[in-house]
Design a protein around this ligand. Sequence first.
Ligand code: DC
Length: 231
Amino acid sequence: MKGIIVAIDGYSSCGKSTLAGDLAKTIKYKHIDSGAMYRAVTLYCLNKGLFIGNRLDEATLREDILQIRIDFIYNETGQSDTYLNGRNVEKEIRSMAVTNNVSPVARIDFVRAALVGQQQAMGKAKGIVMDGRDIGTIVFPDAELKIFVTARIEIRARRRHAELAAKGETVSLEEVIKNLENRDLIDSTRKDGPLRQAADAIVLDNSDMTIEEQNRWLLNIFRDANHKRNT
Ligand code: DC
């Protein structure tokens, strides 16, 4: 039986990627974390010295963009790692340096056009769970199942803060809240592919849910969607 496309969008630090990755593992679909792709392009810019003070050398990035290759390869634990031009960058793309610089990169039209094209190609064979900001609206407007994830800002900030602390990064909770609010604002007000809930998306507010509860919730929704399609 041919698979479907599951599009999961939502705010930063809502646990979209964990949710998407867990579902993909259970139903044996491919998982693509589209945010990792924007992060990989940002890492490319940082490594190539394209950030000059507050400014980004867009002209050079425009020339390079079609040569930036991003792949996802499953590791021995069953999670997919992000590769930038053949190099495993899964850890580096989660650093504070990348997180603080990714929004201005994700706003650029030619970056979005290139990555959306790659994402659509990855979804051609279906059987895919993709998470991001514009998956149900721009990348796969015809996805069979769309989920929009949200959670209260204090909850998201606490989750992100704990993640950073586990990595040894000492940032105050206030700073994390500011960073999240800023990214939410940039993500939802940009011209191309803004963060928006698709009209036919099902909303999940996971503020008061455990990971197991949200996984169970999504698996039930997925089974319903699949069942409806086959009857
Ligand atoms: O989900 P994340 O925090 O790893 O995403 C990193 C950044 O990439 C985030 O600031 C928003 C942007 N992004 C985007 O613009 N479009 C997507 N489909 C996915 C992420």
